[in-house]
Design a binder for this molecule. Structure first.
Ligand code: KMH
Ligand code: ZN
Length: 303
């Protein structure tokens, strides 16, 4: 069988704020509409967060997830991946509630505690719709994204062992791969391991081809043929790094969670437009895209 590339689409996240783009989905209906369109455009995996429908503030509330998950599930066959990274103001306990209740096929699992800087987005802006937005970004100067060894172990047990959920292991730096290897060595994680290399987040590894090659070399050394990788480049690095990933044998992640633009100076009108764009690139490379069922079999998901 020829290699197939999994497109993950991360629909809204908890990094961008409503003033940054009118197209960022906020309400459950907007999240569902854009997720369904992204799946129709070719995304096999939908990475999902929720937001307060009134303010757009990132929310961990399972009730909000329950307002869009049933619609997405009844309209698409896409793999549901619920974030456990949540957002800046949430405790780890809060961050995992939605995935615990929904028991999805996939959840994200962030592989290390780190600084996570959103404040560069403040530069040159003063046109905020909501008071919380500049404060949220400013507060990120002091944000410690907490993912201790104990937190990781808890998520593996409460979601993985308890519910059969498998993971998108988000690795923002080389050390995170060694943390992942530690849990593999202890038998708490079994292949096929799905690694999301995250490049370009302030506090993590920078977004360039040398760094991606180093991440891949390190993962090859640690995990041999027991892993699949995908790449997420933050902001303007999204499409170039996704393209590099595909050319290097990896999968791709796009979506407004990671980048609001379609090209320089042009906001993406929705998530599906980014899925279509990376599809064109994959097509140009003569690479086939994975269906949700292809992704299920490649990543050994519960279905
Ligand atoms: N926004 C990404 C850089 C998560 O949801 O677990 C990281 C992310 C984390 O997707
Ligand atoms: Zn996320």
């Amino acid at each position: 069988m020829s290699r197939k590339v999994i497109i993950t689409c991360a629909i809204t996240g908890s990094v961008h704020t409503p003033s940054m783009s009118p197209h960022l989905p906020i309400t459950p209906d907007q999240i569902a509409d854009q997720a369904i369109a992204a799946a129709e455009a070719g995304a096999a995996i939908l990475h999902l967060h929720a937001r307060d429908p009134e303010t757009g503030f990132p929310s961990p509330e399972p009730d909000l997830f329950n307002q869009f998950l049933p619609r997405i599930k009844s309209s698409t066959d896409a793999v549901i991946n619920i974030s456990t990274g949540g957002g800046m103001t949430m405790t780890v306990k809060d961050r995992i509630r939605a995935a615990q209740q929904a028991a999805p096929e996939m959840a994200s699992l962030n592989m290390g505690t780190m600084n996570f800087g959103l404040f560069p987005a403040l530069a040159g802006r003063n046109d905020w719709k909501h008071d919380w937005e500049p404060k949220f970004l400013e507060d990120s100067r002091d944000f410690v994204f907490k993912n201790t060894f104990a937190d990781i172990e808890t998520i593996l047990a409460d979601l993985g062992v308890a519910n059969g959920t498998r993971f998108e292991f988000e690795c923002y730096d080389v050390g995170h791969l060694y943390t992942l290897a530690h849990f593999v060595d202890r038998g708490l994680i079994k292949g096929p391991i799905f690694i999301q290399f995250v490049l370009g987040v302030l506090g993590g590894i920078g977004a360039d081809s040398d760094n991606l090659a180093h991440l891949k070399r390190t993962a090859d050394k640690l995990f041999g043929n027991q892993y699949e990788f995908s790449v997420l480049g933050a902001g303007r690095h999204q499409m170039p790094l996704a393209t590099m990933s595909a050319a290097m044998g990896g999968h791709v992640r796009v979506g407004l969670e990671d980048n609001l633009y379609l090209r320089k100076g042009e906001l993406a009108p929705d998530n599906a437009s980014q899925v279509r764009k990376i599809r064109e690139v994959l097509d140009g490379l003569s690479l086939e895209i994975a269906t949700p069922d292809d992704a299920r079999s490649l990543l050994n998901l519960k279905g």
